[in-house]
Design a protein around this ligand. Structure first.
Ligand SMILES: *Cc1c(COP(=O)(O)O)cnc(C)c1O
Length: 353
């Protein structure tokens, strides 16, 4: 792209030597783009990181018309920079936009802009094992008005945040609580889109679960509270009797890119995998009759997150024996291997920049 304006910072920040928390450190530059009624999406540019001016009546602040994405840039041992399926993130961004009446973007142009931003900030990508540069594209409705209708002005931003290893002490199985009171999303709602509102809807349940000693909640369907949907902000998989199952996309489940990658890898490995309706009772029964082998979440942040304990009412399911032979660990090693360039990418998922 020729016409991307880059305004460089005159005050580069000091780069951290070590990163302890997620999403608190940001790089020197951001990518910005505006949407106006007359010009559509226009004026893509790179600017120094800093506060953005918003009218107090900007409608995203009132009615939550906003969407986001999350992906990562990885540095390989040779110093190459790699993105994992980035176009899929921008295509999903467009699907999320459609759900909340935000005008569509040119996904390829966005990817082009992102590559220029990451190149400019390449020295911010940490190099230690398991670390990466988290990429957060998002869009907010900026038009100043209080009527309830889709805005006619928007801002897209991409911010970058160096992040530490998700598992500094090795993959540790998490403890999750099956949520019986609150629901995250319902079919026909926004559940399958990455909208800001979904996250607001998930906070209270997550806080209450944390107080009880669980790291995530497992969401059931919003109508019957019977079918498994997702875990926290990850998709979920069960391995029962050698067969892998994940909830079928039904409109209220987010279409995770890691989820899709896991399905493709399992198919390649010729391990039976199916997308279907899964009841929570079936999981409890499989645990009782000894056929429940593994549970794991999938998402960009953790890649694979094995579940060690799952509480549902008075039941406490336990899967403690994860080791290098476990499917979840093999999937973790394989996918992170592709991301960091140590495993050959036969799927064509890597975009090197
Ligand atoms: C982002 C997200 C996921 C995971 O998607 P990935 O593309 O794999 O990172 C799963 N569930 C929810 C609710 C999400 O927002």
């Amino acid at each position: 792209m020729e016409n991307l304006i880059i305004k460089k910072t005159t005050m580069p920040k000091e780069r951290p030597r070590e990163i302890k928390s997620f999403g608190t450190i940001f790089t020197d530059h951001i990518l910005v783009m505006d949407y106006t009624k007359n010009n559509g999406w226009d004026n893509m540019r790179i600017e120094p990181y800093g506060s953005i001016a918003l009218d107090p009546s900007a409608c995203a602040l009132h009615y939550g018309q906003g969407v986001f994405e999350g992906l990562k840039a990885y540095k390989t041992k040779n110093g190459d920079i790699q993105l994992f399926r980035p176009l899929d993130n921008f295509l999903r961004l467009n699907r999320s936009c459609a759900k909340v009446c935000i005008p569509q973007l040119d996904a390829n142009m966005l990817l082009d802009g992102l590559e220029q931003l990451v190149k400019l900030e390449k020295d911010w990508i940490p190099e230690e094992e398991g670390t990466s540069l988290y990429i957060r594209p998002y869009i907010i409705a900026t038009e100043a008005f209080l009527g309830v209708r889709p805005a006619v002005e928007y801002k897209l931003l991409i911010i970058l945040s160096p992040v530490g290893a998700y598992y500094p002490e090795g993959l540790k199985p998490v403890k999750i609580l099956v949520e019986e009171n609150y629901v995250r999303a319902v079919r026909g709602g926004l559940g399958e889109a990455k909208t800001m509102a979904n996250y607001a809807a998930s906070l209270l349940a997550a806080e209450e679960a944390k107080k009880k000693g669980f790291s995530q909640v497992l969401w059931l369907d919003g109508v019957e509270r019977k079918y498994v949907e997702e875990v926290g902000t990850m998709n979920i998989f069960f391995k029962i009797n050698g067969k892998v199952s994940t909830p079928a996309l039904n409109g209220s489940i987010l279409q995770g890119i890691t989820r899709d990658s896991v399905i493709q890898v399992l198919q390649k490995w010729e391990i039976p995998v199916e997308e279907r309706k899964i009841t929570i009772d079936e999981i409890v029964a499989a645990s009782k009759n000894g056929t429940l082998e593994e549970i794991f979440g999938t998402g960009t942040a953790a890649v694979i997150s094995p579940v060690g304990k799952m509480a549902y009412g008075n039941e406490l399911l336990s899967i403690e024996d994860y080791d290098d032979e476990s499917l979840s660990i093999k999937l973790y090693n394989f996918l992170t291997g592709i991301q960091y360039g140590t495993v050959q990418d036969d799927f064509n998922w890597i975009k090197r920049i």
